[in-house]
Ligand binder design. Structure first.
Ligand code: ADP
Ligand code: ASP
Ligand code: MG
Length: 612
């Protein structure tokens, strides 16, 4: 067998650790051919970033790559020496030497191709090849060193496994595998024996840094058997599994076909609770009521507006529409009864104009903001107005008028050159989720992301093309946007109908996003751009969620019981994300983990990382 093993920073954080890992590699090399990918030792990369920041607040990205790529180079040499010391023939290779060719996008390059001949020559000569993770080169013409983005060694390993057609890729880290959440925050997190690539993609991109989402994307696209294990023990770890896929060409490895399919669903109705008070517990009562009726809610979006009032909008299937409206109607009197007095403007709006949800799906959208922008542009060019938007890492959904559906689907199929999957898709996802043995819990894992900022643009004119312009502008600057929420409520401003659009971006991108949007908002005659950095995003992920009414209610209820206020909600078929105050983030993660019964009896201890 050919096995690719990747050892992360903490696994190689000291000379002793490197020697321990070398022994493990030798044991495998007795029976198999082995390629090893390593990270920089311990927190070396953080240290290098800090050095650069002491010199410049915005260091040149090419020089940043030159600097950061040195970390891995130290480890490959030491690891190779440690292997040789044990009598194991070994050779170290940098990304350039292997021929890991990337695009010329410094500090966040994607892998285009890997020339494996040189590496294979060494393997065939009986050596273990130790490759520097996280780095690549822009190709023969200029040989510029690039890096793949923080945490990118996982991606190097899985990409190498794909290029070499390895039998298995093993990611060794400082925890026993993939857990229900981060054990540093919730020590009784449980190990999962297996997780699907789709679930892992969401968890990874929503804050579970145990795997780089792009590594999961490659494993999913190329069907690479992937395992995450501890380098401290012999436990089997977690298998990350993907459905069988069509073989793909290796050329353009990380760039081909970001979108797999276009899906649509015309069987939906939207209900909104407008201008309700912004306080803990309202979402919980609404969706608690919906859950009691066993109605399956599809999209839920909530965004806060000026004056601390909220709108919550959700969609249900047409046949549940009447019942759902009745539940929503009953909410306002209930709130009034418990002393809520800020309800004078509140209103339930059940729009019975038929709506359709069109979605693009595919793992290749991760970190590629141009894909969502292309969807909005395609719809704008087709003259179609977008009523609601909801995004996840593997899916972007837009709610539009049902009469526009055929037109939208045709335009999107053409724009992304993909097949169209007929409706309904969502309810067939997980045949095991109904009942009986082998049933997966609706929520597999929860994650916390404290690295996001929320931006809102007020009063965006409600006509086709606005979302396209906004997100194209951010995409041009390679700013990835998460959790886009376009409100259902329209305000009339000087006779023009407008809506608010809110979304989250990485904190590092918040200043740039704010600057470009403020400039543009003035030209487009939008309202102000509001930024809030003190937020945290908590998310629950599970493929079986789609068929389990009440999951959202349980999450909102758990937060309400702790008096944690939710300022944004966005859902997709396999995840629910809530934005809360930064100060509430850790507590929110802990209560959600408990509410879904994810705690185990074992306490996970993360081995302390040796400082270098
Ligand atoms: P490495 O240096 O091996 O690449 P990372 O620090 O990048 O390791 O990732 C491992 C860490 O990910 C763990 O120590 C843990 O704190 C964190 N983590 C976050 N969410 C999860 C999760 N769901 N399962 C396991 N680990 C998680
Ligand atoms: N050393 C790099 C980082 O810390 C890559 C990695 O460890 O995956 O981001
Ligand atoms: Mg890592």
């Amino acid at each position: 067998m050919l096995i690719v093993q990747k050892y992360g920073g903490s696994s190689v954080g000291s000379v002793e650790r490197i020697q321990a890992v070398a022994q493990r590699i030798v044991a495998t090399a007795h029976h198999h051919r082995v390629v090893v990918v390593v990270s920089a030792m311990g927190k070396t990369t953080d240290g290098l970033v800090k050095l650069a920041r002491e010199i410049s607040s915005s260091p040149n990205r090419r020089e940043m790559d030159m600097l950061l790529s040195t970390g891995e180079q130290v480890t490959i040499a030491l690891m190779s020496m440690a292997l040789q010391e044990l009598g194991q023939p070994a050779i170290s290779m940098t990304g350039v030497q292997v021929g890991i060719v990337t695009e010329a996008e410094h500090t966040r390059a994607r892998i285009l191709q890997i020339h494996t001949e040189r590496l294979e020559r060494h393997l065939n000569a009986g050596k273990v090849v130790v490759v520097a993770g996280f780095q690549g080169v822009t190709g023969q013409a200029d040989l510029e060193i690039t890096t793949l983005g923080r945490g990118g060694s996982d991606t190097s390993a899985v990409a190498l496994a794909a290029a070499l057609q390895a039998d298995q890729c093993e990611i060794y880290t400082d925890v026993p595998g993939i857990l229900t959440t981060d054990p540093r925050i919730v020590p009784d997190a449980q190990l999962m024996v297996e997780i699907t690539c789709d679930e892992m993609l969401e968890l990874a991109s929503l804050g579970a840094k145990v795997l780089h989402p792009r590594a999961v994307e490659i494993a999913r696209n190329y069907g690479i058997p992937l395992v995450v294990r501890s380098s401290w023990s012999d436990e089997p770890g977690t298998r990350v599994v993907a459905a069988q896929r069509q073989p793909r060409p290796l050329e353009g490895l990380e760039l081909t076909h970001p979108v797999d399919t276009v899906e649509f669903d015309t069987n939906q109705g939207a209900i909104s609770l407008l201008r309700i008070p912004d306080r803990p517990g309202i979402a919980a009562s609404l969706f608690g009521g919906i859950a009691v009726q066993s109605l399956n809610v599809d999209l839920i979006i909530q965004s806060i507006h000026e004056g601390n009032i909220n709108d919550i909008t959700f969609t249900v299937t047409q046949d549940s529409f009447k019942q759902a409206i009745a539940v929503a109607d009953a909410i306002l009197p209930t709130l009034a009864k418990v002393g809520e007095n800020n309800l004078s403007q509140a209103e339930v709006r059940g729009d019975d104009t038929p709506i359709a949800k069109v979605s693009i799906t595919g793992a290749g959208m991760i970190g590629r903001p141009r894909v969502a922008a292309q969807m909005f542009i395609t719809l704008a060019e087709a003259g179609i107005n977008i009523q609601m938007i909801s995004t996840s890492e593997v899916k972007v959904s837009c709610v539009i008028a049902a009469e526009d559906c055929d037109h939208a689907v045709r335009a999107l199929g053409k724009s992304f050159k993909v097949e169209v999957i007929p409706e309904p898709t969502s309810l067939q996802l997980n045949p095991r989720s109904n009942s009986g043995d082998g049933m997966l819990p609706p929520v597999r894992g929860v994650a916390l992301d404290r690295n996001q900022a929320r931006l809102a643009i007020r009063h965006v004119p409600d006509h086709p093309g606005m979302a396209a312009q906004i997100f194209a502008l951010l995409a041009e600057r390679n700013i990835s946007v998460d959790m886009i929420i376009q409100s259902q409520r329209c305000h009339a401003v000087n006779g023009v109908l407008t809506r608010d659009i809110a979304f989250t971006v990485a904190q590092d991108d918040a200043d740039e996003a704010q600057a470009v949007l403020e400039h543009a908002a003035a030209q487009w005659v939008c309202g102000e751009v509001v930024v809030n950095r003190a937020i945290a995003k908590v998310s629950a992920v599970g493929a079986a969620m789609v068929n389990s009414p009440g999951v959202a209610a349980r999450m909102f209820e758990a937060l309400a019981q702790q008096q944690i206020n939710i300022s944004m909600i966005a859902t997709s078929e396999i995840k629910i994300s809530c934005v809360v105050d930064e100060a509430d983030g850790v507590r929110a993660l802990q209560v959600i983990h408990r509410a879904f019964g994810l705690s185990g009896s074992r306490t996970i201890v993360v081995p302390s990382v040796a400082k270098v």
